[in-house]
Design a protein around this ligand. Structure first.
Ligand code: AHR
Length: 656
């Protein structure tokens, strides 16, 4: 009796579920379609939100070369110090500081550096300090200290070293500092010990010894590791708007970012003033994280490098500077920058730029294959400039794929004008950007189903879901990004690359959000969007498999109950990605076609990201939203059913 009641209750439940949503999809396992490019899921780095200096680039000293417009920005001088600019060791960074005698043994002349949002050091960690010094009028001593100004200990000094400086010539001095205590908001102090002779100081630098891959002057280990953990296929750099510059001189010039770091000129960072509600006072680019380092990082993380170069236009948003457009007959230096960059990356070591690469430590080529010309540029002025670039580059370097821009919008006049022009010019790919609200992402599941299949391909070069009124990295927008990405995957014959943006943000120095990875000086946190990206990149697959519901793509269409899904094969594995954007759990059945009885699917791993809409990771609670993976044995040749939790992104990997 009990059994009968249970059975009939179950029958009703199943009948209801069927009536509400059957959600059966057909997956053609034996009909592999488009190839998924190895470049499909990547990363885009721009120095915004203190992503470079103060972020990924592990330098701890702000304004180390005294080249900010106010030479002592970031430094607090005491006693008598003078800023000088003649006779320094680095011609492109002429400023240095003279620590002057105070005239009394108990009085000191020196400087304190405030670092980026504080000089943060840890107990017993090693910090590599370096400085260029000379003694112009006879020997002297200079002491460096790591201090905690808020310390209640007898001494605020947690590490120190004293240098004897006796050469009238500039010499690089180094020391390892190992603090006895840690401090979040410390300072680096530098002063004359026996202050009877002046000492000149220049390029004051300090890095943690524990950088990414232990490289001298390298990258912050946790942040670089977070990038490596994404296993990105493509790495776009260095921007973004900073490529354009507000005015011609502040555009990003890669040649200023190679060679010895001491001689790389400081550049204005436009994000200092772009948003009046998030103004910064001290945001400049040291160039320490430059093109060599970007190429090196690409290689380290297994991604294809994708540099973006200026096309001869400044930022068109800041269009009161339109008069600074580079005339067509003056474009050659810009085109030369592109040609020279190819030589720097790929040229033999007996070429000018290939030799520099070798001198910097990488004789082997970096194997550059892609280059973007222009960031978010638009209009006939862009097309007129891109055309000569393409002509020369295609003629001299047909092996390099060139990426053009579709402007700053995902649709509209600029976009509609540029796409046909990019096809006419035979750009290999076009960079599309969309920072759009939730409704846009929900409505764009079939965006690329409608694109022409031949010719110029798509690079979704900057995108993120910006939920109205809530621009932080909570779970719901990440889910919508994941839902939308099923459409990228399904259209892998059209979309060859995609990169979320922006990548990094310092919690004390951001201008733009949401962002993929947040950090302070000692901690970092991966957002829900990071994990969505990772679910895709670790399950990229090789070939698209047809997956349909009622013969239609599963793209949140009417009657599809807010589901988005796509499938790929990877060797013998079948990978299905499904986003349930609905507010309720739903049944989901895959009707596999083309699985032979003698080779059934026998294993399944399920990686799922699900959370309340507003749930978010923070530096204090970095693991609130995180994917979970479970594994099970199965024996499937045809139908397989499961339940998708409400608001969930799931990757099913079926193995044999
Ligand atoms: O990612 C932030 C900015 O957004 C980029 O610099 C620019 O390309 C876009 O407008």
């Amino acid at each position: 009796m009990k059994k009968a009641i249970f059975l009939s209750a179950m029958t009703i439940a199943v009948a209801n579920a069927t009536a509400i949503a059957d959600n059966t999809v057909v997956l053609q396992a034996d009909k592999p379609g488009a190839r998924v490019q190895p470049t499909m899921y990547g990363i885009f780095f721009e120095d915004i939100n203190y992503a470079a200096d103060g972020g990924l680039y592990a330098e701890m000293v702000k304004n180390r070369s005294f080249e900010f417009p106010y030479a002592l920005t970031g430094w607090t001088p005491f006693g008598t110090v003078e800023v000088k600019d003649e006779g320094g060791p680095f011609e492109r960074n002429p400023h240095y500081v003279r620590l002057m005698p105070s005239g009394h043994n108990d009085k000191h002349s020196g400087l304190e550096n405030q670092g980026f949002f504080g000089v943060t050091f840890k107990k017993d960690s090693v910090y590599k300090f370096s400085i260029y010094m000379r003694a112009p009028q006879g020997a002297g001593k200079v002491r460096v200290e790591l201090c905690n100004p808020a310390s209640m200990d007898n001494s605020m000094v947690y590490a120190s070293h004293t240098f004897d400086v006796d050469s009238p010539d500039w010499i690089k001095y180094t020391a390892e500092l190992k603090p006895t205590k840690g401090c979040d908001k410390g300072v680096l102090r530098l002063f004359l010990v026996h202050p009877d002779k002046p000492i000149d100081v220049e390029h004051v630098s300090m890095f943690p010894a524990n950088t990414w891959k232990g490289r001298e002057g390298g990258l912050r280990r946790d942040l670089a590791q977070a990038l490596a953990d994404l296993k990105p296929g493509i790495f776009r750099f260095p921007g973004g708007c900073i490529v354009e510059g507000t005015e011609v001189p502040d555009r990003y010039q890669w040649k200023n970012t190679v060679g010895p770091v001491e001689n790389r000129p400081t550049n204005l960072n436009r994000w200092l003033y772009t948003f009046p509600n998030r103004l910064a006072s001290d945001y400049y680019q040291s160039g320490g994280l430059g093109f060599y380092e970007y190429f090196q990082l690409s290689e380290d993380i297994g991604a294809e490098p994708l540099p973006v170069l200026n096309v001869g236009l400044v930022c068109q948003y800041q269009n009161w500077h339109q008069d600074q457009t580079i005339p067509l007959d003056s474009l050659q230096p810009y085109i030369d920058d592109a040609l020279d960059l190819i030589e720097f990356a790929n040229g033999s070591t007996d070429t000018k730029w290939g030799k520099l690469r070798a001198d910097m430590g990488h004789p082997a080529p970096f194997n550059l294959k892609f280059m973007a010309i222009g960031n978010e540029q638009w209009g006939p002025e862009y097309v007129a400039r891109l055309e000569p670039f393409l002509k020369v580059l295609k003629e001299k370097h047909p092996e390099i794929k060139i990426i053009g821009s579709s402007g700053p919008d995902s649709e509209g006049d600029k976009f509609d004008y540029l796409w046909p022009e990019m096809r006419r010019l035979k750009a290999d790919l076009v960079d599309e950007h969309f920072y759009r609200p939730g409704e846009w992402f929900l409505s764009q599941g079939t965006r690329y189903d409608k694109y022409p299949r031949k010719g110029t391909k798509v690079f979704a070069g900057e995108y993120a879901c910006h939920i109205k009124g809530k621009k932080y990295n909570h779970f719901y927008p990440a889910l919508l990004e994941g839902a939308f990405m099923t459409g990228l995957e399904r259209n892998a014959d059209v979309v060859e690359m995609a990169t979320y943006a922006p990548l990094f943000a310092h919690v004390e120095g951001w201008q733009w959000r949401p962002d993929m990875i947040w950090f302070d000086n000692s901690r970092s946190m991966k957002t829900a969007s990071y994990y969505v990206q990772q679910m895709y990149s670790l399950n990229r697959g090789d070939r698209v498999l047809p997956l349909t519901m009622d013969k239609k793509p599963v793209a949140g269409l009417e009657g599809q109950n807010g589901l988005f899904a796509s499938a790929v094969s990877e060797g013998n594995d079948i990978i299905v990605k499904v986003a349930n954007t609905g507010e309720t759990a739903q049944p989901f059945t895959i009707d596999f076609k083309g699985i032979k009885a003698k080779a059934p699917l026998t294993g399944l791993s399920v990686t799922r990201l699900t959370a309340p809409d507003d749930a978010e990771n923070t530096l204090d609670n970095p693991d609130t939203v995180k994917p979970m993976t479970t594994k099970e044995s199965i024996n499937v040749t045809a139908n397989w059913s499961t339940t998708l939790p409400a608001r969930s992104m799931t990757v099913f990997r079926f193995t044999r």
